[in-house]
Ligand binder design. Structure first.
Ligand code: GDD
Ligand code: MG
Length: 354
């Protein structure tokens, strides 16, 4: 069985972070996001290949996963000539595949039991199975109404407030039978949410929901991107390094260099090659990516710093997400949730949000 990960979107809501780093490979702690999805799919013994459906900056994604050797599963890439939408991308990536397919939106972090979803799909002899998750406000998602027997009654992408009739939404995880793909036009943009799912309902095909109440988040906005780090620090989701790390203490790589007189408090993560100089404070919910340099007496809290950035002496940095290879000058003050794209340079004494 093969899995297709839809990883071709532009990640516009995470700009400027996604200008040089496509959303599927934004770092979550020490690894690229899709590693977590591949880790989950490896729990399905039937899956022998993961196909990444790409469009935006495909080389950057291929560089991370190669042929998949480092992940333990074969990884293959299908690059669309132009963005085909979610449905078009699935058909394009599924060429030649006749067997049942698992499909993931390439931006959802979840603990769903994919084996159980596939088992239910087979038991119900479904044409399509969709995982649903409850959320407080469905308006940013695909709203899915179900019948008592679990069949999908209605699918409504991005409902208006007056159209919200339930709290279950499309989690972006499907099991599909490729013999239904002939209705998807070739070489045209086509949405699985707005066209394919409604067509299954119209034709009364067996389209069944699997409601999952475990961990689920779409990492596609800055708030959610920060939230997933917070949730992992707090033990709400235990993927990647949190499968083994003791999260009751700061997680510091043995290959980081922490000088004497540094204060490290609260849940935080310090990756390999980081250098924290004397007098600095690394506070709660801070994540320092590989090779980050924190100069003397800098004060960080609730801040995510991508690899190879540098924070100057006495800088006070509370809340931003800082891209790669940035330099925050000495005595700068950054308060609140700002987003700094790769290679941002902030002059000494810059003050933002304070
Ligand atoms: N290959 C390819 N080509 N991938 C695409 C394309 C495309 O043209 N367009 C989008 N994608 C990928 C994105 O990279 C992302 O991983 C996934 O498809 C979904 O696109 P988003 O842009 O993130 O959609 P969304 O978050 O607004 O809504 C979708 O996800 C929700 C759950 O997070 C929908 O599927 C909703 O129904 C769902 O509730
Ligand atoms: Mg999304």
């Amino acid at each position: 069985m093969k899995a297709i990960l839809l990883a071709g979107g532009k990640g516009t809501r995470l700009r400027p972070l996604t200008i040089h780093t496509p959303k599927p490979v934004v770092p979550i702690f020490d690894r690229a996001f899709l590693h977590y999805q591949i880790e989950l799919l490896k729990q399905v013994p039937d899956i022998d290949e993961v196909i990444l459906s790409l469009n935006y900056q495909p080389r950057k994604i291929e560089e991370v996963f190669g042929d998949g050797a480092g992940t333990g599963v074969r990884v293959r890439y299908v690059v669309e000539p132009s963005p085909l939408g979610t449905g078009g991308a699935i058909r394009y990536a599924a060429q030649g595949i006749t067997d049942t397919l698992v499909v993931f939106n390439g931006d959802v972090m979840t603990s769903v039991d994919v084996n159980a979803v596939v088992a239910q799909h087979r038991e119900r002899n479904a044409k399509a199975t969709i995982v649903l998750t409850p959320v407080d406000n469905p308006s940013a998602y695909g709203l899915v109404e179900t019948e008592a027997d679990g069949r999908v009654r209605r699918f409504l992408e991005k409902p208006n407030p007056d159209e919200i009739t339930c709290n279950t939404i499309n989690a972006g995880i499907y099991v599909l039978e490729p013999d239904t793909f002939d209705r998807i036009p070739k070489d045209l943009s086509y949405s699985i949410e707005r066209a394919y799912f409604p067509s299954l309902i119209e034709r009364r095909e067996t389209f069944v929901a699997y409601v999952d109440r475990g961990y689920w988040i779409d990492i596609g906005t800055p708030e959610k991107y920060v939230q997933v780090h917070r949730d992992m620090f707090e033990g709400k989701f235990a993927g990647g390094l949190f499968r083994t790390a003791d999260r009751t203490r700061p997680i510091v790589s043995p290959d980081a260099r922490i000088e004497d007189g540094v204060t490290i408090s609260g849940p935080c993560f310090i990756d390999a090659g980081v250098h924290v100089k004397a007098g600095a404070t690394i506070g709660g919910y801070t994540v320092l990516g590989r090779g980050v340099m924190i100069e003397e007496s800098a004060d960080l809290q609730d801040t995510i710093v991508w690899p190879n950035s540098r924070i100057g002496q006495h800088a006070v940095v509370h809340g931003p997400i800082i891209g790669r290879n940035c330099h925050i000058g000495r005595d700068a003050v950054l308060e609140g949730r700002s987003l700094l794209g790769d290679r941002t340079q902030l002059t000494d004494f810059t003050s933002i949000g304070s």
